[in-house]
Ligand binder design. Structure first.
Ligand SMILES: [Zn+2]
Ligand SMILES: [Zn+2]
Length: 390
């Protein structure tokens, strides 16, 4: 019998507005969009931020325009969660079919999400109107507290504390439970309780971590967001296994998100900072959550290998230091063979010997950020992908 496996992909992780500044490229600048493929093949998209565009292109390319029947859950109607809709290519192909789920907004009334579609594409905001969008679209209203099935997967919702409302989704698949609770602020007794019910025992708990605890206590109170500290608190209380910090502030540079992640890891065992291109596999043999991050983004790679001294921290949190070879070197990253298995999203010091100007050896000191660990090759050796951070 095969083991049920679910795959969760992050296509957009940024909150509020997309960012393209170079200081944010490592975690990524697209706004919320996740894709979950359940073991029964059910495809669920969570939110329609700008990350949806690239997911749409991938789907169209993989399926020759025809995409599988897809269920799309929209948490709420703020720009960052709907902005990708008009740019989702599969919506323009007649043979595709989409099921949308969202709540009835008191500001819009019946068919809230349908109205959002029409408004987004109304003149003069978009070059073509709704009649160009040929795919079949079905809209289902859900409210906080509802439970329903999509395929064999049970979906439960809760209202979250956010201006003009927001829904959190809990998806129970045979491979594990994913809870998506973005855009929520602690401080409302009833809704705080709802968040905990939603996240109870989750394998993956994705929570809003837009602000630092200091911002949340001060100027950003009332904006509807949370912090890594609050995420850790909830994860502990409900025995969630892995916490994913999500909805990074557009003004948070990669360095700032690194710091937020570091704080989270000091207080909770398994924490990731959501990163564009990150894929988490649930239910894989061994039972552990397996995460991969996108590798280097350019192909300026050489065949050459360089001797290097690498130090960092292992998965278990112990410091290590070893001599090894660096290959696949580009301006932005490299593959490094290591006998130690470093922690994903941790920092490595890499001191590399490179040929100097007149044939002499010169040492180059770099800081690498671990984006990928592949232990499937030579026994006892991991191929570790890093991106250089300065
Ligand atoms: Zn948002
Ligand atoms: Zn929002």
């Amino acid at each position: 019998m095969s083991v049920p496996v679910a795959k969760l992909s992050f296509w957009g992780v940024r909150g509020a507005t997309p960012t393209v500044d170079p200081a944010t490229w490592r975690y990524g600048g697209n706004t919320p969009c996740l894709e979950l493929i359940a073991p029964d093949g059910t495809q669920i998209i969570l939110d329609c931020g700008t990350g949806l565009r690239m997911l749409g292109n991938r789907l169209a390319a993989a399926n020759g325009e025809r995409v599988p029947e897809t269920h799309i859950f929209v948490t709420h109607y703020h720009w960052d969660h709907i902005q990708g809709i008009p740019f989702f290519a599969p919506l323009y192909a007649e043979r595709n079919e989409f099921h949308f789920y969202s709540f009835r907004s008191k500001f819009l009334g019946r068919d809230s999400l349908k109205q959002v579609f029409e408004t987004q594409m109304a003149l003069p905001y978009f070059p073509v109107d709704m009649s160009a969008m040929n795919a079949k679209r079905r809209f289902q209203e859900v409210a906080g507290g509802d439970a329903f099935f999509v395929g064999e997967n049970k979906v439960t919702t809760r209202a979250l504390n956010h201006p003009q409302g927001c829904l959190g989704f809990r998806i129970e698949t045979p491979a594990g439970t994913v809870v998506y609770a973005t855009d929520n602020e602690p401080g409302n007794l009833e809704l705080d309780k709802g968040l905990r019910e939603l996240a109870e025992g989750a394998d993956i708990f994705i929570n809003d971590a837009q602000y630092t605890p200091e911002q949340l206590a001060g100027p950003k109170r009332g904006w509807g967001h949370s912090s890594w500290k609050e995420g850790v608190r909830v994860a502990r209380e409900v025995n969630a296994k892995t916490l994913v910090l999500f909805h990074h502030d557009p003004d948070s540079t990669d360095r700032m998100v690194d710091a937020i992640l570091r704080h989270g890891r000091e207080e909770f065992d398994s924490v990731f900072a959501a990163s564009e291109g990150m894929v988490i596999t649930l239910g894989a043999p061994g039972g552990r959550v397996d995460a991969h991050m996108p590798g280097t983004r350019t192909a300026l790679r050489g065949e050459a290998q360089f001797r290097a001294r690498v130090s960092g921290v292992t998965e278990g949190g112990r410091p290590f230091d070893e001599e090894t070879l660096v290959s696949d070197l580009s301006l932005q990253g490299a593959m490094i063979s290591l006998r130690h298995s470093p922690r994903l999203q941790s920092e490595l010091q890499v001191i590399m010997e490179t040929p100097g100007a007149n044939g002499l050896q010169a040492a180059m000191r770099l800081r690498g950020y671990v984006v990928r660990i592949d232990s499937s090759g030579e026994k006892g050796v991991s191929a570790v992908g890093v991106v250089f951070t300065d």
